[in-house]
Ligand binder design. Sequence first.
Ligand code: UN1
Length: 498
Amino acid sequence: MPAKVEQFGLFIDGKWVTPPGSKRFETVNPATREPVGSFIAGTAGDAEAAVSAAAKAFPAWRDMPAPQRGEILLEIARRMKAAKPALGKVVTQEMGKVISEGLGDVQEAIDFLEYMAGEGRRLAGETIPSELRSKFCMTIRQPKGVVVCITPWNFPTAIPNWKMAAALICGNSIVFKPASSTSRCGAEVVKIYAEAGLPPGVVNLVTGSGGTVGNALVSDPRVRTVSFTGGVETGREVYVRGAQGLKMVHLELGGKNPIILMDDADLDLALDGVLFGAFGTAGQRCTATSRLIVHTKVYDRFLGMLTDRLARFPVGDPLDPKTGMGPVASADQERKVLEYIEVGKKEAKLRYGGKKLAGGAYDRGYFLEPTIFETKHGTRISKEEIFGPVLSVIRVNDYEEAVRVANDVEYGLSSAIYTRDVNRAFTAIHDLEAGITYINAPTIGAEVQLPFGGIKNTGNGGREAGSVAIEEFTEIKSVFVDFSSKLQKAQIDTERMA
Ligand code: UN1
């Protein structure tokens, strides 16, 4: 008999609660199909209660000096460090990424908490000269109020922390809705927040579906800002719904990220990069390398190197440190990726993989082969986001064609070029239409102290992480202090210049 599955409540106003009559759902380990936790399928009423708690907690949290809020973030970071081995394992068990990446997910959360704790001693406005004498002008930052964070399953501890640490340091209170399939990770993160001394109501957790909980949160008039990471279709719905209430909606959506491999590249270096970029997190990152655009002079040689290496690339138990790639995250994911593989087989040449893995432990989970298609640019698999371990390889004749192909997609998140030519590298930084460009490194692995986000259908212009993360969570107030002791009229008292 498997051990009884741990049950989690909602976290509202500083307490774990099970509202009467609640229904439950379980999350599932994609490597074994064993349950990972049991969670409440939140209702619109639960969402409303969480927003009420956040609204009530907001004024006192806003008025706490920002460096003191930073102290609490540091305490959360300390506790998360202590919990890292256990939490990293939960990430792997609930989402399927290999354990080194599960631990990396948690490390990214810790890094950002520490980074944002320091922001408590900055949160800088500007001082700006007045056109009048004896008048002082400045801007200050103020929190927005109640912020809703809706997060995806692929970085189930890192992304919630990107959003929550930034929102909190600015003085906002939060309602957090994690992706249903990684509710355990969300709940474990909130447990750590709660134990670190956050006042009740400052962070609230409502698990459940986007259609019910997400919609209710985004529609609530007391919510001023929504920060959403996920798919383009849902993102568009969230944006439209938020627009009705004239809310600020921050969106981080898809990608179709290219690596350009030039004929002068270090091919061994590129080989490691392509493997990590395409098959890290089983290709389920919005920054995943899903297109490899290769100069014709090195095309055959590099593809040979890649397929040779894949033949020795271990897919299996994500908790085993020797495993290169674990399962995809869910039955849904498996179905979607296999559908794309069928599309690919019709429109392109399958060069490697393409099958669901079967036999032994594979039969218990959602394991797919790492898959490579050789394709012309313009096929569906070369343009649509697959979000799985499927790489489209495209042959090009020169740099100009490579950039044209790289840019001709609806997304613009991450991009990369491997070349030893410094002029070419800088030209590519200018030419590639993306929020992120890597030189001689794959498209994944952004660091928290740099802004993260993209152009085109990847988002709506905002960035998270980095110091700019505070932009989406603060209002700017312009302040004019007239110490002339007389009425001075801007734009009218122009003789001042005399
Ligand atoms: C995402 O896939 O949504 O740059 C975020 C990276 C990670 C974050 C990815 N640090 O790949």
